[in-house]
Ligand binder design. Structure first.
Ligand SMILES: NC(=O)c1ccc[n+]([C@@H]2O[C@H](COP(=O)([O-])OP(=O)(O)OC[C@H]3O[C@@H](n4cnc5c(N)ncnc54)[C@H](O)[C@@H]3O)[C@@H](O)[C@H]2O)c1
Length: 357
């Protein structure tokens, strides 16, 4: 897969103790990479990374700690960096805007300083978000060249990261021959997420306590996708960059097709089909901080230039995700390897280039 590019490569991954990072660590390890991972200690219990017990080099550190980052980069001399560590929650960003800007913007700058000072690094993929776009609440999908912006501190911090990225690319990385890209993906779901203030973890936590989950924005439409969809895209981008494809040096949208852009209430209904115990209560009348209502991405560029495309439709995405949690709580079973194997097999069925053995 991915042209065997990751086999025996040293990959530095930030944010591996989180939801997406733990899945990416798992996949990279399966691909034969030597994974050096850097993040804060897991802050959820249960935690997916702990469940997986991966034989990777896990370093507990803060991206705001420049000295520590420099030491880690100098010690391990990575070939490629996937930067995922962030304060990724909109509501937490209202409570802690300074922490959010420090982690997401200054933390990224410090990771980039370490990249700049480490000659082994050939490629860098930075994970931002679909929320980097100035949200017009319109029906069309955002394209990569649409205006950046943000309302809440989280979205704004990630829009800042896009500017920072461009500055480092032009000022430092270009002359050093380090190829870089940013990836803007939408709402991601899948097993193994227990973060606060996220839809699926909130539903799961309420369900296992036989409670109805409080839904504050049932009409909010998001581009839902399984966590493996953007991860395949990040790995594909990383492959292109490592292979020296300068056309991949850009910002990229990765999201589900239009059928996967549905309101929160549809996700709830589909989850109930797999897990009848899921119950919910509409609390949209309660006061809440501003959250965007409609946000869709246009992925034409990734589809035509990277030959990337989503593998699972919404029904499969929600069913696989729900089953992961059901099996975790009812059978103490971790379906991560099984879900990845199914995802790869389905990608092969679709004839996707990255999935070829
Ligand atoms: N989950 C989504 O739906 C989604 C959507 C779009 C973009 N993203 C982006 O993907 C990335 C990963 O998100 P996630 O959902 O896995 O989040 P998560 O909260 O599960 O994980 C965040 C990770 O960042 C680490 N981290 C936070 N602050 C840090 C610090 N100061 N120093 C070092 N590490 C720190 C945490 O320890 C953790 O490993 C983030 O950059 C996020 O903005 C996520």
């Amino acid at each position: 897969m991915f042209n065997h590019i990751y086999k025996n490569k040293t990959v530095l991954l930030t944010g591996h103790t989180g939801f997406k990072g733990s899945w990416l660590a798992f996949w990279l390890h399966q691909l034969g990479a030597k994974v050096i991972a850097y993040a804060l200690s897991p802050n959820t219990s249960p935690n997916h990374l702990d469940n997986l017990q991966l034989p990777i080099t896990s370093i507990i550190g803060d991206v705001r700690d420049e000295k520590h980052l420099q030491t880690v980069f100098q010690t391990y001399q990575p070939d490629i960096v996937f930067h995922l560590a962030a304060q990724p929650l909109v509501r937490a960003s209202y409570a802690e805007p300074i922490l959010t800007f420090e982690t997401n913007v200054i933390g990224t700058a410090k990771v980039y300083e370490a990249v700049k000072n480490t000659p082994s690094v050939k490629a860098l993929v930075n994970v931002t978000t679909d929320k980097v776009y100035h949200n017009n609440e319109w029906v069309w999908g955002y394209r990569e060249n649409d205006k950046l912006g943000g309302h809440d501190p989280y979205s704004t911090s990630k829009a800042c990261v896009e500017l920072l990225h461009e500055s480092y690319r032009k000022s430092f990385f270009k002359e050093k021959g380090i190829l870089t890209a940013t990836a803007r993906a939408g709402n991601v779901i899948g097993g193994g997420d227990w973060s606060a203030d996220r839809l699926i973890p909130d539903i799961v936590k309420a369900t296992v306590q036989a409670q109805a989950v409080q839904i504050r924005n049932p009409q909010a439409t998001r581009p839902w996708q399984h966590v493996l969809e953007p991860l395949a895209a990040y790995l594909l981008l990383g492959q292109q960059l490592l292979e020296g494809n300068t056309k991949a040096e850009d910002a990229w949208n990765f999201a589900c097709d239009a059928e996967g852009c549905v309101p929160v209430r549809t996700i709830l209904t589909q989850m109930q089909q797999v897990w009848q115990e899921v119950q919910w209560q509409d609390v949209s009348h309660q006061a809440k901080p501003h959250e965007a209502n409609l946000l869709q991405l246009d992925c034409t560029k990734a589809k035509s230039l990277l030959q990337w495309q989503p593998v699972w439709n919404l029904a499969t995405t929600v069913a696989v995700t729900t089953q992961w949690y059901r099996d975790f709580y009812e059978k103490q079973q971790i379906n991560t390897a099984q879900d990845l194997a199914k995802y790869i097999a389905d990608a092969q069925q679709l004839g996707l280039q990255w999935a070829k053995n």
